[in-house]
Write a protein that binds this ligand. Structure first.
Ligand code: GAL
Length: 670
């Protein structure tokens, strides 16, 4: 069980040969070899080509391209082709089409037009996967299965008949009795009590706020509905090819799917990353934080970046190309943060269809005149020099407790204010990123033994076992930082009474009486004890009472002027901080510097601003990645370490100098 990808660095991308005459394939393969491509994701959107009608299959073309790739030493991550059903399916079985909360049926002509609960879709998808598995199970090109594609990317819920029935069944399995459901959903409120399972629907469009627990359960259900599709495919593939690893492409901070559940289905994590180059600073952090989240799902093995763009995408209102050097640096960032695969959408830019203006290895212009082609060729050459890095992992001392269930709950309507859950977690992450301090993302109930510092941003939904886990982390000597609106409700989205956050009250040494969320633009101030400088804060202010904690900073304004905003509490062998508001960058820096010192957190390396440093480790060695994201030639001190830069081949002693957008991967001397 749990086969791994053969350990190496993977370089390639989506390959859609079905869009082209076979006469072009030879050239594709020749150029793939020229740039060092060693893997392609094949057949992702080829269902209609593979099965042109219900009873007719056409595998000849796939046989030929699989053979051609194998003959040329290029591996295949073979897709199950179930992401975009062919038009004949919904013509013959209209019920497969998804229905929105308003009752609109989504039609063919784009992609992903299926209900995740459609019995017909499942039947046909399973049959196709069985055929593919039987046909290619021993094919020499096959190294991995690629299930479906970006589950739920466009279609995030369905309210059709099959979904309604499936939702009711899901609820029956969860609650057993209607009494239990009524209790969990709090249906005494607004006369919502259910007397028959048939009275229950998915949260369709209603006159006013829907029952929040119903909404939360619907999110859980939808996640499970898509998950069961992936499990169905995985089970078929595992029976046919137990030795071939399975994956599907995740999408980073993607709210509809709880990727922790999904990590159990796949053998290795793969994901797609498309930061907008319009803001390069934001983009490099978006890439980094996405890698960190995805790596954390299966921390014992490298992930694969399944898709990124060689240059521009086609789906934003304005699609900026990546200027020279950016694609390479972003690709090396993938490796730097624990990835063993750098792949792209797609190999050859389409001539027709909605994505014809999306960049690719092969642009529409002759490849020998193409800047992008020259860059992917250089990258392929460099990756060849980094082979020894494959299989190494990233180890961190800082974690952010991040939970999809809490995300779903806190962002349903009717809250005191709007919380951007993932955005806030990313804001905290960014401070550590800019200091070259590695961060993992963990479930609040995870084993925290390896961490010295755990951050808990606005973990609105917190179960009692998870609260105990966080408390024990502190008792055993850890440093915790929780922020406003943490620990407010239980798994049913019911308030945990007794003074917020009731389950963490002892660990934090305080209780929150009320809060004051601010509209955009309104601010308050923070004054730290013994510091005359004032810091701004906005968005949210908790009004709290100390119960053992000491105040580190007070509010400087509003009707709660002088009341504590930031606190510290020694509990057991550790210490718990609480942040009741959102400070400005300087205030956050002041707080996090102190918290980091208390937890004795050290950066990988102190570097000039804009130079990212990370470390990967394995039995083969320790690899220090240095990425210069700036437009300045920058000198970096290695803090007494030395080694060899695998890219330039040069020995590095004491310092190294990186030109703009350049990188070094230094294998450190033992
Ligand atoms: C991804 C998708 C690909 C392609 C790409 C374009 O979301 O998986 O099929 O559409 O975006 O950026």
């Amino acid at each position: 069980m749990n086969p791994r990808l053969p350990s190496k660095l993977y370089y390639g991308g989506d390959y859609n040969p079905e869009q082209w005459p076979e006469s072009i394939w030879q050239e594709d393969i020749r150029l793939m070899r020229e740039v060092g491509v060693n893997i392609v994701s094949l057949g992702i959107f080829s269902w209609a080509k593979l099965q042109p009608s219900e009873k007719r299959f056409n595998f000849g073309w796939l046989d030929r391209i699989m053979d051609l790739l194998a003959a040329n030493g290029i591996s295949v991550c073979l897709a199950t082709a179930t992401a975009s059903p062919p038009p004949w399916l919904s013509r013959q079985y209209p019920d497969v089409l998804p229905v929105t909360a308003d009752g609109v049926v989504l039609q063919v002509g784009s992609r992903q037009q299926y209900s995740p609960s459609s019995r017909v879709y499942k039947k046909f998808a399973a049959a196709l996967v069985r055929k593919l598995a039987a046909r290619y199970r021993k094919h020499p090109a096959l190294v991995s299965w690629h299930i479906n594609n970006e589950y739920a990317c466009h279609l995030q819920e369905c309210h059709g008949e099959d979904s309604t029935v499936a939702f009711r069944n899901w609820l029956r399995a969860r609650y057993k009795t209607l009494d239990a459901l009524n209790e969990a959903w709090g249906t005494a409120f607004w006369s919502q009590a259910y007397g028959d399972w048939k009275e229950i629907f998915t949260p369709r469009r209603a006159p006013y706020h829907c029952n929040p627990t119903q909404c939360l359960d619907f999110r859980r259900f939808i996640n499970d509905a898509f998950l069961s599709l992936s499990r169905m495919e995985a089970a078929i593939l595992r029976t046919a090819t137990p030795q071939i690893p399975i994956t599907t492409n995740f999408m980073g901070f993607f709210k509809p799917l709880d990727y922790r559940d999904w990590a159990g289905v796949v053998d290795y994590v793969a994901w797609d990353s498309y930061p907008d180059p319009v803001d390069e600073k934001a983009a490099r952090h978006a890439g980094a934080v996405g890698h960190d989240l995805m790596r954390s799902l299966k921390p014992d093995r490298p992930f694969v970046l399944m898709e990124q763009a060689t240059s521009a995408v086609n789906w934003r209102p304005t699609n900026l190309p990546k200027r020279p050097g950016l694609m390479r640096l972003g690709s090396l960032q993938t490796l730097a943060r624990g990835g063993d695969g750098v792949m792209f959408f797609q190999w050859r830019a389409s001539k027709a269809g909605a994505e014809k203006f999306h960049s690719a290895f092969l642009q529409h212009v002759p490849h020998d005149r193409s800047r992008v082609f020259a860059e992917v060729k250089t990258l392929g050459f460099e990756l060849g020099k980094l082979a020894i890095v494959a299989g190494s992992v990233v180890k961190n001392k800082v974690a952010i407790a991040f939970d999809w269930q809490a995300w779903w709950a806190v962002e349903t309507e009717s809250k005191p204010g709007r919380i951007d859950y993932a955005g806030w977690a990313q804001t905290l992450h960014r401070w550590f990123y800019e200091k070259n301090i590695g961060v993992d993302f963990v479930h609040p109930g995870a084993d925290l033994a390896q961490y010295d510092l755990v951050l808990v941003p606005s973990l609105y939904l917190l179960t009692s076992p998870d609260a105990d886990n966080l408390t024990h982390f502190v008792v055993r000597g850890g440093t915790l930082l929780a922020t406003y609106f943490t620990g407010i409700v239980d798994q049913n989205e019911h308030i945990v009474l007794g003074g917020y956050p009731a389950l963490l009250r002892k660990a934090l040494g305080l209780w929150v009486e009320e809060w004051c969320p601010y509209p955009d633009g309104r601010t308050n101030g923070l004054g730290f004890a013994g510091d005359r400088k004032k810091y701004a804060c906005d968005h949210w202010c908790d009004l709290l009472h100390l119960e053992g904690a000491t105040a580190l900073a007070d509010y400087t304004g509003d009707f709660f002027v002088g009341r504590p905003a930031i606190t510290r509490h020694v509990h057991g062998k550790g210490c718990a901080y609480y942040l009741g508001t959102r400070p400005d960058a300087a205030g956050l820096d002041r707080l996090l510097s102190r918290v980091g010192r208390e937890a004795n957190i050290q950066p990988i390396l102190k570097t000039p601003p804009g130079v990212e440093a990370t470390l990967r480790e394995s039995a083969e060695g320790r690899f220090l990645f240095l990425l210069n994201h700036t437009d300045r030639t920058t000198k970096i001190s290695l803090n007494g370490q030395r080694g060899r830069d695998l890219i330039s081949g040069k020995k590095i002693v004491r310092t190294t100098t990186l030109p703009p957008l350049a990188a070094a991967v230094i294998q450190l001397d033992r």
